[in-house]
Design a protein around this ligand. Structure first.
Ligand code: ZN
Ligand code: ZN
Length: 287
């Protein structure tokens, strides 16, 4: 278990190293093989989208100094959670943790689309007029705060090994940058990867201005959740080059591309209809 101790002792450096390394690789890939032309300058995008990451990291450190790993260690010491209660081989506990935490992230993502108040917060992620690796990092601080509470609750019930929590967070971080990347993957490779994980072409559909497309492909890591729960959509109707990214009503760059407007975005506009209320029966067998 020496490796475990090393990981726990160097958690921040490991996370930071992965984050910067992946960021650099994906940024170069986006320059070499871009999928779409950007509509907003890269400098504005990086400044504001990464500005929000910086702000969120600062806030999280202030509000939750121990973070998810701290909760996992606490649960372990007190014998809380299923995996601490039932004897489970270590490798199996790691696999269960990664799969279960991914399922929760999927369900949480469906929930923030379905509940109007939460959609207001999540809108910031969708209002980006372009789609690149920095899109994967732009979330409203209040949404980040809520995700953290859901994650803590998951850990208390699940009782995962602390190292598995770090692994999940590094994987999520990697996958968020990978599947939001403005990169072109050979179609055959995309199809192969999609059998297991979410690819850039798969998640791009979720960033379409079209309601039905935006309400599909909620997964971040494993592609299986969308297939099991019937939210999977193969490709955007307009094609990857022709589709419009963002939200129909919010396309003013001061609201969606600059940090102050981005943070105030949840307060914009009237409360409109509840996404689930928009479902109509059209007389067919399909529900
Ligand atoms: Zn979404
Ligand atoms: Zn996204």
């Amino acid at each position: 278990m020496q490796l475990n101790e090393f990981i726990l002792a160097n958690e921040t450096n490991i996370r930071m190293g992965f984050f910067l390394g992946i960021l650099a690789v994906m940024a170069i890939w986006e320059i070499i093989a871009p999928r779409r032309a950007l509509t907003v300058s890269k400098a504005v995008r990086w400044l504001n989208n990464l500005g929000i990451v910086f702000l969120n990291s600062l806030l999280l450190r202030l509000v939750f100094p121990t973070a998810a790993v701290g909760v996992a260690l606490f649960a372990e010491q007190h014998g809380w959670g299923l995996l601490n209660y039932y004897q489970t081989p270590y490798w199996l506990a790691v696999v269960i943790t990664i799969v279960a935490m991914d399922l929760i992230i999927y369900l949480q993502h469906v929930m923030v689309h379905a509940i109007p108040m939460l959609w207001r917060l999540h809108r910031l992620h969708h209002a980006d007029l372009d789609y690149d690796l920095t899109t994967g990092a732009r979330f409203h601080p209040i949404e980040i705060f809520l995700s953290m509470l859901i994650k803590f609750a998951t850990i208390v019930v699940l009782g995962p090994p602390a190292v598995a929590v770090i692994m999940f967070e590094v994987i999520l971080n990697f996958m968020a940058m990978f599947n939001h990347a403005n990169v072109r993957l050979p179609l055959a490779l995309d199809r192969l990867l999609r059998m297991m994980v979410v690819t850039p072409d798969m998640h791009r559909v979720h960033h379409s201005v079209e309601d039905d497309e935006a309400n599909s492909n909620f997964g971040f890591n494993l592609s299986i959740w969308d297939r099991i729960f019937g939210t999977y959509r193969d490709q955007p109707r307009g094609g990857h080059e022709g589709m419009t990214i963002g939200i129909h009503k919010y396309r003013d760059s001061k609201d969606v591309s600059w940090l102050p407007g981005m943070l105030l975005l949840p307060l914009k506009g009237k409360i409109s209809s509840y996404a689930i209320n928009r479902r109509h029966w059209n007389g067919s067998d399909e529900e």
